[in-house]
Design a protein around this ligand. Sequence first.
Ligand code: NAD
Length: 259
Amino acid sequence: MLKGKVSIVTAASRGIGAGVASVLAREGSDLVIASRDSARLEKLARELETKYGVSVVPVQADLTKREDVRRIAEAAIRHFGKVDVLAYNTGPPKPGAFMELSEEDWEYGVRLLLMSAVWITRDVLPHMVERRQGRLIYITSSTLKQPIPTLTLSNVIRISLAGLVKTLAYQLGPYNILVNGIMQGYVDTERVREVAAARAQREERRVEDVIKEIEREVPLGRLAKPEEIGELVAFLASDKASYITGSLILIDGGRTLCI
Ligand code: NAD
């Protein structure tokens, strides 16, 4: 479905980003994968190359640093000469109630959840505009649709990506660049397991019981696999999604009830 395409996946060393990268590779896309953890990135890159016969370039980059982000698109252009797909994902923000967050937490959160998206979009866009084609896919969170009370930074800052998706879809339609967002619910990643383990310890319960409680909130009765988010990204990146732009798509097992 994506043979001959070049995709960038950010925050890709584990979790959702790694799941997205592996589905795009399975579909034949060459990749630039970026994250802070160079050892895991390198390992993933070699695994995907061996398994799927695509080229994968790992780039160590902290998404909160402008100069690091710049190196991601540069690597794509240097190695492949183009970017067809940006699958933007980022690290999780600090959880906490408003009164628990410092001004530094807010500034870091804005860089992590908003400015990183702005920066990488600025870097890939001229190349997409020049070729009159491209797909921008922003992986955000179901908190855009239904905030989670303790995730203040996520609730407040991520909503701006909805504005980015709608605005860019409008402005870039004439250039045949399609722009969409993904709002995922619970996904079974190391991060979610770490958060569940911390909660289990606080509440003196078993981790499995905390996970079961989360699963009970979801009509499908389970968390998503990271690859299931990847399947949606691959579809949006493909020719099959040629008339979808400006959409924010929920993928949450039916958990969010508002329409
Ligand atoms: P994870 O912790 O398992 O993986 C996060 C990835 O981001 C890792 O590759 C890590 O190296 C990278 N990363 C973290 N901070 C970074 C930084 N400053 N610069 C570059 N890379 C960085 O997390 P996940 O569960 O895969 O979640 C991915 C994103 O999706 C997060 O923003 C998270 O808040 C959001 N999200 C997750 C869920 C879920 O249930 N897992 C649900 C909704 C939204």
